[in-house]
Ligand binder design. Structure first.
Ligand code: AMP
Length: 613
């Protein structure tokens, strides 16, 4: 098998501070030779994991033909398919089940299976691969934004308490694992990644103390801050809301130079913040003057005047936060720099200052072996198999694919569940737009509404609120099967405007959502038997914060938390229902006619699909 031309190999755990040219050369090299690099990566994974029982089970051994055997024999798999192996590892079986290297810990993904968080086994080397990807971020960013070494970054980063599996392995979110690693904690000084948050504040498992301490430090350094951010937009906005609530207390601490001892009880955090906090009444006055103004529009620019951009992920469903970020940032660019998961870190946005709607991620071919499952139209019923898979360099512009990865940690042809669209190429390597997470669906009957469709429908409907100055802060949905027929419920948290919104306008919103949903849904509604009128339940301000607190108390991590777009019956729906202030229903059926384009090829199809609906 031909090897990739040997350019200087990348340093194992990433490029040294300032080695921007080398890092950019690495990106050039691996994207220009993506096909060859991918073949080498597959060969490396199979050689490293030759002892793994999983590969042997499928007849793949670490010989020269391993790659060929892999391509022919290893099936597509989902988390559920791996669960028996994962549980063996969790229960203490240390034999090489998935990986030839020892499993160092479990990463707890935000995805769930059977109501439980997914557990991703990982190996120690993966931390180096993650560090390598991180080390590419500033070289790429500095091409667009010069001078980022002349100040600090206020990034709000959090860890979560760890647990242990019955077999004794640590289980924690991937970012907790990274922030606790030597790769992060012993990183050499880099003027491009000088954070305002001390490590002790990041590592504090009490998220209230951690947030408080990080914001104090961010405010103390306000004159030096060049960029602000968090991992996902939701986490950053949570910080802004925290500030809205607690700024008088934070200012008091800055005025006196003393941390409120009733808030910060963690000794290490107190000491770390104490190293930067000095009594500074003038700074406290400035911050109070900004925070005390009636409108918080542009508060980020006002509090951190040298900020050049807000670094948060706003792709996927996070895009609904864009208007709020634009409000607080008064037009500050929003940058989405990277695409990653607990299974593996995938790639980078090589044009990070582009508009959020133009964000495309280039998968870095050294991270894992990538394959792609074409997304079939909804009437393609056959279960996909590994024979449908396409290699990284063979994907086609404009086409959508589900991402499938084979990792050094020992996932083989694992369906990540993300749908990506090819929007361009960097050399040989495709660039992908994040389209949606697969299988997040509302369904009452044979209708299926995915997250993207729901999001578009909700975005259209909320336009009805604009004349009243009201806007949607957050939403989720629920297929309420307790009514007959069942119906879709949307929980909306609103920011009130100057005028009260009449009930008829909310009813228009209900209908507008329904009109925007797919024809199977509208048919189910139009016939009146299968799906009941869509309902909007307006919930009290702060409800979605409570929902996040609930998720955190159940083990979610602030960094990875995303408000669920669909919820299932149970405690979450109870939490939401307990805060409902008003309910509105769609006043009539959405339009539907039998001549729908999707089904009108033959009469037989029409009939059978009509039956199905
Ligand atoms: P987790 O395993 O909890 O870290 O979640 C990983 C998932 O988060 C990915 O599979 C994506 O669905 C989502 N995600 C990660 N990065 C991005 C991004 N840049 N844009 C959109 N979604 C993302």
């Amino acid at each position: 098998m031909p090897e990739a031309p040997t350019a200087k190999p990348a340093p194992v755990c990433g490029y040294a501070p300032g080695a921007h040219r080398e890092a950019l050369e690495f990106i050039e090299h691996v994207t220009a030779n993506a096909g060859k690099v991918q073949r080498r990566v597959l060969a490396e994974i199979l050689a490293q994991n030759a002892p793994a029982e999983y590969l042997r089970r499928y007849g793949v051994f670490g010989s020269l033909d391993a790659a060929d055997g892999f391509r022919r024999l290893v099936p597509l798999v989902t988390y559920e398919g791996l669960l028996p192996d994962i549980l063996r590892i969790a229960n203490g079986d240390t034999s090489p089940i998935l990986s030839g290297k020892p499993i160092s810990e479990f990463l707890t993904s935000s995805g769930t299976s059977g109501g439980e968080r997914k557990l991703m086994p990982t190996i120690a080397d993966e931390l180096d691969r993650r560090s390598l990807l991180y080390s590419l971020l500033m070289p790429v960013m500095s091409q667009s934004v010069p001078g980022l070494d002349k100040g600090k970054a206020m990034y709000l980063l959090f860890v979560k308490a760890e647990s242990r599996t019955p077999g004794g392995l640590v289980a924690r979110p991937v970012l907790t694992s990274y922030y606790r690693s030597r790769q992060f904690l012993d990183r050499p000084h880099d003027p491009y990644t000088a954070y305002t948050s001390p490590n002790e504040a990041i590592l504090c498992v009490d998220s209230y103390q951690s947030m408080y301490a990080q914001l104090v430090c961010g405010l103390v350094h306000r004159a030096d801050v060049l960029r602000v951010g968090a991992v996902f937009a939701s986490g950053f906005l949570r910080a802004i809301r925290f500030l809205e609530k607690h700024w008088p207390r934070l200012c008091h601490d800055i005025r006196t130079g003393e941390l409120d001892s009733s808030v910060i009880t963690d000794r290490a955090v107190r000491d770390a913040v104490g190293r930067v906090l000095r009594a500074d009444p003038a700074l406290a006055d400035e911050i109070e003057a900004e925070c005390g103004r009636p409108s918080w529009e542009g508060i980020i620019r006002r509090l951190w005047p040298r900020t050049k951009y807000i670094d948060v992920i706003v792709t996927g469903t996070m895009s609904q936060y864009i208007p709020t970020l634009v409000f607080y940032g008064r037009g500050l660019p929003l940058t989405c720099t990277m695409y990653a998961s607990s299974e593996c870190y995938f790639g980078l946005n090589l044009n990070p200052m582009c508009k959020p709607s133009d964000v495309a991620y280039t998968l870095i071919p050294t991270m894992c072996y990538f394959e792609f499952l074409p997304v079939h139209s909804s009437n393609g019923n056959a279960e996909p198999t590994h024979r449908d898979l396409i290699d990284l360099i063979d994907v086609r512009l404009g086409h959508e694919y589900e991402l499938v990865v084979t990792t050094y940690s020992g996932l083989y042809r694992y369906r990540v569940g993300d749908v990506l669209r090819v929007v361009g190429f960097k050399n040989e390597a495709p660039m992908f737009r994040f389209v949606r997470r697969q299988n997040v669906a509302l369904s009452i009957d044979s209708d299926k509404t995915d997250e993207t469709e729901l999001h578009a429908a909700v975005s259209g409907a909320v336009q009805h609120l604009a004349p009243f100055g009201a806007s949607l802060v957050e939403y989720t949905s629920y297929a309420d099967a307790t009514t007959i027929p069942g119906h879709y419920v949307l929980f909306w948290e609103l920011r009130a405007g100057s005028t009260a919104v009449p009930a008829s306008v909310f009813e228009d919103c209900c209908l507008s959502v329904e009109e925007a949903l797919n024809s199977v849904y509208r048919q189910g509604r139009a016939c009146g038997r299968l799906i009941g009128p869509l309902e909007i339940r307006v919930v009290a301000e702060g409800t979605f914060d409570k929902l996040m607190d609930y998720a955190l108390s159940r083990g979610a991590s602030i960094n990875q938390y995303k408000a669920p777009r669909c919820v299932r019956p149970g405690p979450v729906v109870e939490l939401l229902d307990a805060r409902v202030q008003a309910k509105y229903f769609s006043p009539k059926c959405p339009k539907w006619s039998p001549g729908n384009k999707q089904w009108n090829n033959t009469k037989a199809e029409l009939v059978s699909n009509g039956d199905a609906a």
